[in-house]
Ligand binder design. Sequence first.
Ligand code: Q46
Ligand code: ZN
Ligand code: ZN
Length: 316
Amino acid sequence: MKCRKCTEKAVINMRQHKLALCKTHYPQWIIDQTQRFVEKYLMFTPQERVLVAVSGGKDSLSLWDILWQLGYQVDGLYIGLGIDGGIGYSDESQRLSEQFAHDRDLRLNIVDVEGEYGRTVPELAQKTHRGKGKPCSVCGLSKRHIMNQAAVQGGYDVLVTGHNLDDEAAVLFGNALNWITGYMLRQGPVLDARAGMVRKAKPLCRFYEREMAAYALVRGIDYIYDECPHAVGSKTIYYKELLNRLEADRPGAKQSFYLSFLQAKENGLFRTPDPEQVSSQEIGVDGKLLHPCPTCGQPTTTGGECAFCRMVADIR
Ligand code: Q46
Ligand code: ZN
Ligand code: ZN
C-alpha cells in the first residue's frame, strides 16, 4: 500500500480514517493532529509550562517527543514506584526515561516513592492492607497525588499524561457498565484546574494504541516493551480486549464510542443538578462537596485528611 501523500510505501493504514501514510508523513500527521487537539480542547498554550508524566512506555515518551517537536515548554516527571516483578520494571523504565531526556537535553523531574515515603508502592500496599494483594489502587492513589503535587510545587500550568484512545475507551466502558457517573463527569481531554489541583490534559486521547506504537517505532523511541507486571489480569486489559474485538468487526467503533460520549457530555448529559449553585468543579466523584485536605491542601470529599495522607499516616 502506498502513502496517500507521496509514492513511498505506507508504514500504517488507519482504517477508521481511510488513511495510509509513509514513514515521513505519518509522524508529521501525528504531530499536526496533536496540535489540532491541543487547540480544539484548549489544553494549553505555548506560553504555559507543561509537565508530562512519563512512565518509560511508548505513549508518554511519544507524547513528550511530540510536544517537544511542537516547541512547547515541556518538562518530564518520572515517579519511581519501586516495582520489580522479576524484570526490574521500575529501574528499566527510569533508565529509559532518563536516556530519552538526556538525548534531547530535556529536564526530567524524578520523585522516588521509597525515598520520599520510606516504602515502595508494593510495600505501601502490603503494609496498609489496601488493594487485596494488588498494589494498583495504592499505586493509582500515589501517582495521582504525586503528579499533582509535583505540578503545583514546580509552578506548572498543566499536567499532561499519555492516555490514548484505547485507554480512554476502556475506562469509559468500565464506568458505563456500572454507570459510575461521578467518574464519567470527570472524563475528557481536559480537566480544569480547581483549588489545589492543577489542570490536566490528555493530548493523545484521540489516537489508537497501535498508532502510538507505530509512532514510537518510526521515531526510533526506545521505550519499555513490558507492561507493569501487576497489570496482568486487570479489568482494563479485559475491556481493551473486548473493544478490540468490536473494532476488528467495525473499524472506528472505539473512536465513535469515545467521541459520542464527549458529544453527549457537551449536550448536557451529565449536567450537575443545580449548575447555578454548585459547579462540577466543586464536587468530587462521589457527588460530595470538595474541601482542601488539612495536611497537603489537595481537594478531598472526606471529612478530614485526603486518602493519600491517611495512607501515609497509617505507616508512621
Ligand atoms: S497501577 Fe498497577 Fe499500573 Fe501501578 S501497579 Fe502497575 S499496573 S503501574 S497503570
Ligand atoms: Zn508519504
Ligand atoms: Zn492530603
